[in-house]
Design a protein around this ligand. Structure first.
Ligand code: TMP
Ligand code: ASP
Length: 234
């Protein structure tokens, strides 16, 4: 299979059908745009299993995603889309860069969710953009921006409820979008604890990649806890 793309945590391979790709989840863990790196056995498999569940929830709710099906231990089949180079972040609770930027205590609940856009560029350290930057630099048009926000909030409502059923607080998350051959906006990439902050609702224990970013504990243990709990949420 010909490799068409390799990112920090995933590889995309061609399939016989030009409309579909295989997405392989690597065991590589990076943080701070690759400045911190480790290979963590089983991370790829856990992320693949978790994203199969989260995309399953979203598909069932009628959100168009690139997910087609689970195919092997570390791989899923996805529809080929042209990725819009934006990280769309939704926040419910203060953490991470928001806590730093605003000088706020981690854990404070926001009165309503915030959406933010970051430009996907390792060289530039993923700068935050507003809607004017996105339009002026032709990254996405106004209609696409509006749709991305609408879908992002809808994804937030859905994920918040599902994780809550598993006793997990959805603090914030990052999603990415692509467009298919007809220009239709589609949710792409992954929804895994690599790009989603998830805290135990009772104990406040951090279960996501912040364990690796800030040396808070064993990453696999956190990811396994998430998987174990969301498995029962349909
Ligand atoms: P932040 O608080 O560091 O800006 O992160 C917000 C959310 O986005 C958090 O759930 C982690 C995720 N994220 C990524 O998936 N990739 C990134 O490069 C960054 C900076 C954050
Ligand atoms: N995704 C970025 C990296 O892998 C940053 C992060 O997730 O903290 O380096």
């Amino acid at each position: 299979m010909k490799q068409v793309y390799e990112g920090k945590a995933k590889i995309l391979y061609e399939t016989e059908d030009p409309g579909f790709l295989i997405m392989h989840f690597k065991d590589d863990a990076t943080a701070f745009n690759g400045k911190k790196f480790a290979i963590i056995k089983d991370k790829g498999r856990l992320n693949k299993e978790i994203t199969t569940i989260t995309f399953g929830w979203l598909e069932k709710a009628g959100i168009d995603t690139h997910f087609v099906r689970d195919i092997s231990q570390n791989e899923i089949l996805v529809r080929k889309v042209k990725i819009i180079p934006l990280e769309v972040v939704v926040r419910n609770v203060v953490a991470g860069s928001l806590s730093k930027r605003m000088g706020l205590k981690k854990g404070e609940k926001l009165k309503f969710p915030i959406v933010e856009f970051y430009y996907k560029s390792d060289e530039l350290d993923d700068p935050m953009l507003n809607e004017y930057h996105i339009r002026v630099f032709d990254i996405a048009d106004e209609e696409t921006i509006e749709k991305m926000k609408e879908i992002a909030f809808c994804v937030n409502d859905l994920l918040k409820k599902k994780f809550e059923q598993a006793g997990i607080l959805l603090v914030d998350f990052k999603i990415e979008f692509g467009k298919d051959e007809n220009g239709k906006l589609i949710l792409a990439d992954e929804v895994t604890p690599d790009g989603t902050r998830l805290w135990d609702m009772k104990t406040g224990e951090v279960l996501d990649k912040d364990r690796f970013r800030f040396d808070l504990g064993d990453l696999i243990e956190g990811y396994e806890k998430i998987l174990e709990r969301i498995r029962c949420v349909s």
